[in-house]
Design a protein around this ligand. Structure first.
Ligand code: PEP
Ligand code: MG
Length: 579
């Protein structure tokens, strides 16, 4: 039995057999196979070489017309490696003699060659190392890609263990069969964690060396409440966890009982609870859990599980389906937040060096106007069906907001020309998720109807800590004094300008942060559906006066450690079962 600690990102407990997925971008763990599988693994290698040659030949043909000589040469070099029989033989020999997986043999062989090239003094040869890494990526993507599809079609229960999962992969999981997730990479607000939470799959991320510690078929316990993964537990531990699981289900049932009750503090202050969704199908669970609307619809997920861009009609259908669930209640559609860890990098030939600081989100939309207008056109068409609102993400300055609004204005004119009805008074808001936006909230407030504080990115950009990097996950905290001060500024400026303000980052669903947010003046929170009952229970157990006191105390503290332990103690007193 091995107990491993990670970061709890999606609550619940599950026990089951694990399925290990190798990632395409990282060191592949050396996992042994049964000698009877050697033939299958060898055949997999042959197949992916064939597929890679086909893929590259096609790309080469397309590139010849567009970009000319340079790309053509690169593809020619890659093709010559892939056609080299000795390379393939080296890989298959490794599988036969060492009984390792196809992934490991491909990765190890190619990385050894790349390392050898990199050491050569001749610049021409040392630069070839990059080509070899590229080939390794391509082959691994093809090897792992097949397995990913297998996972989407899985027909028996499993716990997924991986070095890293993309938001797209996680979104394709079938909740009926995938019972838990453990990854080596990631942090509390990485998009994979967010999707797991929305789907209600218990998950723990940032578990060191997790892929090296398990073999396919091992029994694994995922404790998504405490951030623990137990590999091959003994009988006593299994028994103890079965009891925990029962307790947790009982808590969920008890919380279901307050579904119809309002999220109102003991002294009668009403708080509005919205849901965050990634797909229209999730709208029903928001309603079931007592959500009063959608505070954040991450519409970019429409792009993530497919190879082509969605059509305007597909956008429209997704939005009208969501509005139909909520009728006249608010549904805030965030325009696509592509880039960074979502979608665009895997489609670029050369990846951006710092994608989270790169062509992401509204910046990407403003440089891809056809795509942006397609989405806005669909949103506006759907705007007559209910209380649809538009939210622009990652705004960093007023100019960007004005540009986005201008594009929206153009789309409205097009609709006028086409004689298509739309809501001329649609509410337009922005996410406050950069320090720049927070510090200039008073200026931005003049041109919007609402702010939604995206604490996930606000924390990342304020503290200069990558939200998905497990190496710095202990430095990532939304209750750092710097982040809290920015949140306070935004709330104060919003109140002064009479602009609505809510929080839709993961902080809104953290039991320990709720009192602080209420004390800072927030009256609207948006979160993953499964978290709504627990947060409502906390709101119903406190008074605003108590929350104000908590906020005053926290603002007087100067360390994150002190603040988080103070907030945890305060929340634990109210809802001990959640901790
Ligand atoms: C945020 O940044 O807080 C947010 C809600 O947006 P996302 O998590 O999709 O980046
Ligand atoms: Mg964000």
């Amino acid at each position: 039995m091995e107990i491993k600690k990670g970061v709890a990102v999606s609550p619940g407990i599950s026990i089951g057999k694990c399925l290990v997925i190798d990632a395409e971008d990282y060191r592949i763990p050396r996992r042994l196979i049964d000698p009877s599988q050697r033939m299958t693994e060898t055949q997999r290698v042959r197949n992916v070489f064939k597929d890679a040659i086909e893929e590259l030949t096609k790309l080469q043909a397309e590139q010849e017309e567009i970009e000319g000589q340079k790309m053509k040469d690169i593809f020619a070099v890659h093709l010559s490696y892939l056609r080299d029989r000795t390379l393939r033989k080296k890989i298959t020999d490794m599988i036969t003699t060492e009984s390792v997986t196809a992934e490991f043999a491909v990765s190890k062989t190619l990385r050894d060659i790349a390392a050898h090239f990199a050491k050569v003094k001749d610049a021409y040869i040392s630069e070839r190392a990059a080509d070899i890494y590229d080939i390794e990526h391509r082959l691994l993507r093809l090897l792992v890609g097949g397995k990913r599809q297998d996972i989407a079609a899985l027909k028996e229960e499993a716990i997924v263990v991986a070095r890293e999962l993309s938001p797209t992969q996680t979104a394709s999981f079938n909740k009926e069969y995938i019972k838990g997730i453990a990854t080596g990479a990631g942090g509390r607000t990485s998009h994979t964690a967010i999707v797991a939470r929305s789907l209600g799959i218990p998950a723990v991320v940032a578990v060191e060396d997790i892929t090296e510690s398990v073999n396919a078929g091992d029994t694994v316990i995922i404790d998504g409440n405490r951030g623990i993964v137990i590999v091959n537990p003994d009988d006593n531990t299994i028994q103890q966890y079965l009891e925990y699981a029962v307790e947790y289900t009982e808590l969920e049932h008890r919380l279901d009982a307050i579904r119809e009750k309002p999220a109102e503090t003991r002294d009668g202050v009403r708080v509005v609870l919205f849901g965050n969704i990634e797909f229209p199908d999730e709208a029903h669970s928001v309603l079931e859990k007592g959500g009063e609307g959608i505070g954040l619809y991450r519409t970019e997920f429409l792009y993530l599980n497919r190879d082509t861009e969605p059509t305007e009609q597909e956008h429209y259908e997704a939005y009208s389906k969501t509005v139909a669930v909520f009728k006249s209640r608010p549904v805030i559609l965030r325009t696509v937040d592509l880039g960074a860890d979502k979608y665009t990098q895997s489609r670029r030939y050369a990846r951006e060096p710092n994608p989270f600081l790169g062509l992401r989100s509204i910046r990407y939309c403003l440089q891809n106007l056809t795509m942006f207008k397609t989405q806005l056109h669909a949103i506006m068409r759907a705007s007559v069906l209910g209380d649809l609102r538009i939210m622009f993400p990652l705004i960093t300055n007023l100019q960007e907001l004005m540009q986005a609004k201008m594009v929206l204005g153009d789309v409205m004119e097009d609709l006028d020309d086409e004689g298509i009805p739309y809501n001329r008074k649609i509410k337009v808001g922005i996410m406050i998720e950069t320090p720049a936006a927070a510090l200039t909230a008073s200026m931005l407030a003049k041109d919007v109807e609402f702010f939604s504080i995206g604490t996930n990115d606000l924390t990342q950009y304020t503290l200069a800590v990558d939200r998905g990097n497990e190496l710095v996950s202990t430095l990532y905290s939304s209750v750092d004094p710097a982040v809290i001060r920015l949140i306070r500024t935004v709330i104060q400026d919003a109140h002064k300008a009479r602009v609505e303000v809510n929080v839709c980052g993961e902080m809104a669903s953290e039991p320990e942060s709720v009192m602080l947010l209420l004390g800072l003046g927030i009256r609207k929170l948006s979160m993953a559906a499964p978290m709504i009952p627990e947060i409502k229970q906390i709101i119903r157990s406190v008074t605003v006066e108590e929350c104000n006191k908590v906020a005053r105390k926290v603002l007087g503290m100067n360390s994150e450690r002190q603040i988080s332990s103070f907030l945890r103690d305060a929340a634990r007193k109210i809802l001990p079962e959640a901790f």
